[in-house]
Design a protein around this ligand. Sequence first.
Ligand SMILES: *Cc1c(COP(=O)(O)O)cnc(C)c1O
Length: 362
Amino acid sequence: MSKRAYNFNAGPAALPLEVLERAQAEFVDFHGTGMSIMEMSHRGAVYEGVHNEASSRLLQLLGNPQGYKVLFLQGGASTQFAMIPMNLLTEGKVGAYVKTGSWANKAIKEAKLIGETYVAASSEEDKYMSVPDLSNLQLPDNAAYLHLTSNETIEGTQFTQYPDTGSVPLIADMSSDILCRPFDLTQFGMVYAGAQKNLGPSGVTVVIAREELVSNSPKHLPSMLRYDIQADNNSLYNTPPSFSIYMVNEVLRWIEEQGGLQAVEQNNRKKADLLYNAIDNSGGFFRGCADLESRSLMNVTFRLANEELEKQFIKQSEQEGFVGLKGHRSVGGLRASIYNAVPYDSIKALVDLMNHFQQQNG
Ligand SMILES: *Cc1c(COP(=O)(O)O)cnc(C)c1O
């Protein structure tokens, strides 16, 4: 097989090699059916088995708390930015948001099209290089929910704990850090994630929600945008992205094989420590962007002394088989996305490259 790239893409991103190989092995003939999983009816028992397995595996990894439903939806996490207020921000209520950066702002922008919003906490003054302290949060009495972005993929910040919002449902966009560590699902009314960072390929968005939040949507909404219709139909109201859901199931199986979320977290910490230590021990040659306490385990943002040097670093990295190290166009700099599926060895190779580059240019 040809050499795999050192893949630091932000999304779509690296998938576990074992998952790709397993998918390849059953690509043409899925379990003796004489067809690919992509070629069969989504109403048939074989596909439905995969579909239901993915959803029960996901809940199982999160400790199987009672009262939650898994939905597999389309339109990306970006569609959830609109579906959440369409379904939950009803007359007389206000949608509360934590403003932490690029993705939080996109969520707020969509909610404003639907109803009234309230910024409950913000790190804008800090140029989004930290996450705000949420321990003394004041929410309006008529808050429909509090929405936060668990990990800001572009800025490279992440919450380490989540606020207690009492009776107000807490909703988290976990697109770029879902299942990077264990978390207590029962703290949340809803979490959601586009699959293409930590769960599988693009094409499916996973929503895990308390049943009461997906059981009574406004009747004027189009059917596809109603959580209750999606939930009542087990996400099979229309044709689901069956291949993407199959891949999510395989990624979840892989997480189980790694030893579950605790083992995955341990590995992620080892990976992040290796890279952040390389940055911190470079004597200022490389500089981390995010505040120390807010640093993301998944997206490591850093800079060099000037853009010229950054360009040179990216060019050299590409020549040596690295991809995806350029920072997002909106913030510049460098970014290494080190999701669950990025192997420790890729980060070791990156650290070697960084050391070598510093020797040449420092
Ligand atoms: C990538 C990303 C999104 C957007 O996801 P799409 O599936 O492309 O709509 C939203 N939120 C966060 C935190 C992301 O990282």
